[in-house]
Design a protein around this ligand. Structure first.
Ligand code: LLP
Length: 422
């Protein structure tokens, strides 16, 4: 079920009224639902073959309270930096359930991950392999490694979030992968354990996944023929979520899981997955207040107190987010069109163009939906706008899991050099 519902005419997160929350914490703020994180995680675990590692891609939402919620359900983590590794460990995710992805791991990051004893490194290039070998040997360890192969499959998603085609920086091309494995097998600090693939994000069709996984399946046969001990397959993340009501929703996790089972059956590999958006996107909303309704020549602007610095997805990917009024509109009430914009001095600070919404006035609250993934994590303080708070709801309970930044916080970030201080 959807845990963001109107109750008695007010939008609630589980058992908490968003209007009352706005009074307590001010606007804008992110609000997350524990029950939704839990439901999405469980749906995914139940969809994929039993015994798989579900390593939540923490880049989607790395708030410690969110990570702890998922850790308590048994989730692992997919991390892409030393910072994410530190956060995953701090939240209680066992090192043995952590996979380390990313094209630019530094030696320091590799060292931390080896010392922690992570489950596996998904290595993306030959130079990275050489660096990892060196670091592992210096620690007297062998790094468990999959090579991320680039299957040259078009994920049919936004160009900025496709990763599995030959033009992108990600993975090792199939044409060189066999040689890279042969090379890895000769490295004393590397233990080859499997193959990794991730073709992009917000993928709304099954077919690109199936094509990529089938190529990987065939490749596993080749590698085994070459004498490699391939026991694991990491199939990445990328399954899309519905951002709006459409008659072409993304495939249901159960359909995705059935396809995976079909393609990987008989391989005898332990599977891992790296879902991010699927777990987090619809578990969060961004609540914002209307500052002004500005009548333009051609259109009306709803100027709200959240900006592109708080949620950059519409500006960066032309992403669609549903926007609803926190006070439930009366059935049949008018729905004028607004351009919903923030206060940031950029034309791209636009959340929605010509969007039909209930009639709104200064002071009214709106909720931007599906903002739990790639929302707060991608926020910044452009225009000296303090980062907004994050609130986690659990039934009737709520807690501020990231406080609002203050002007003093902003000012304290910078330093004045000697020649300016006197
Ligand atoms: N694994 C790897 C190696 C990844 O690069 C990503 C996402 C994931 C897993 C998780 O993918 P997901 O299940 O969340 O689709 N900021 C963009 C999305 C960037 C995704 C980057 N990599 C957005 O807001 O749409």
């Amino acid at each position: 079920m959807n845990h963001f519902q109107y109750k008695d005419g007010v939008l609630c997160a589980e058992g908490v009224r968003l209007d009352l929350l706005a009074e307590k914490v001010g606007t804008p703020f992110y609000c997350y639902s524990t029950a939704t994180f839990a439901r999405h995680y469980k749906v995914f675990v139940e969809a994929v073959p039993t015994g798989s590692l579900v390593a939540y891609a923490i880049k989607a939402n790395d708030n410690l309270a969110v990570l702890k919620t998922l850790a308590q359900l048994g989730a692992g983590a997919d991390v892409v930096s030393g910072g994410e590794l530190a956060k995953a460990l701090a939240a209680g995710i066992p090192a043995g359930k952590i996979v380390f992805s990313g094209v630019g791991k530094t030696k320091d990051e590799m060292r931390s991950a080896l010392e922690a004893g992570i489950y596996q490194f998904n290595v993306e290039s030959e130079p990275e392999l050489a660096a990892l070998d060196e670091v592992a040997r210096s620690l007297g360890k062998r790094a468990p490694v999959t090579l991320r192969v680039n299957p040259d499959v078009d994920a049919k998603t936004h160009a900025k979030i496709t990763t599995g085609t030959a033009e992108t920086k990600f993975g090792i091309p199939f044409s060189r992968a066999r040689e890279a494995y042969a090379h890895a097998a000769r490295m004393a600090g590397i233990e080859i354990v499997g193959v990794d693939v991730h073709i992009g994000s917000q993928i709304t069709e099954l077919e690109p996944f199936e094509t990529a996984f089938t190529r990987v399946r065939e490749f596993v046969g080749t590698l085994r023929g070459d004498g490699h001990n391939i026991t694991r397959l990491d199939l990445g993340g990328g399954l899309g979520v519905p951002y709006e009501n459409s008659n072409m929703p993304p495939p249901d996790p159960s359909v995705y899981g059935a396809m995976v089972a079909r393609v990987t059956k008989d391989l005898g590999c332990t599977l891992s997955f790296e879902p991010g958006r699927l777990i987090a996107a619809n578990a969060g909303v961004l609540v914002s207040k209307v500052i002004y309704v500005k009548k333009g020549e051609a259109k009306d602007f709803l100027i709200i107190d959240a900006g592109m610095n708080d949620l950059i997805r519409p500006a960066m990917y032309e992403a669609h987010h549903e926007i609803v009024a926190v006070t439930e509109p009366k059935v049949g009430s008018p729905r004028p069109r607004y351009d919903v914009v923030g206060p940031v001095c950029e034309t791209s600070d636009l959340f929605a163009s010509s969007r039909p919404l209930p009639e709104l006035k200064s002071g009214d609250l709106v909720a931007i939906l599906s903002a739990g993934a790639y929302g707060a994590v991608m926020a910044g303080d452009y225009n000296a706008r303090p980062r907004v708070p994050e609130v986690l709801v659990h039934g009737e309970q709520w807690g501020i899991v990231r406080p609002r930044e203050t002007y003093a916080d902003l000012i304290a970030k910078d330093r004045i050099p000697d020649w300016l201080s006197s």
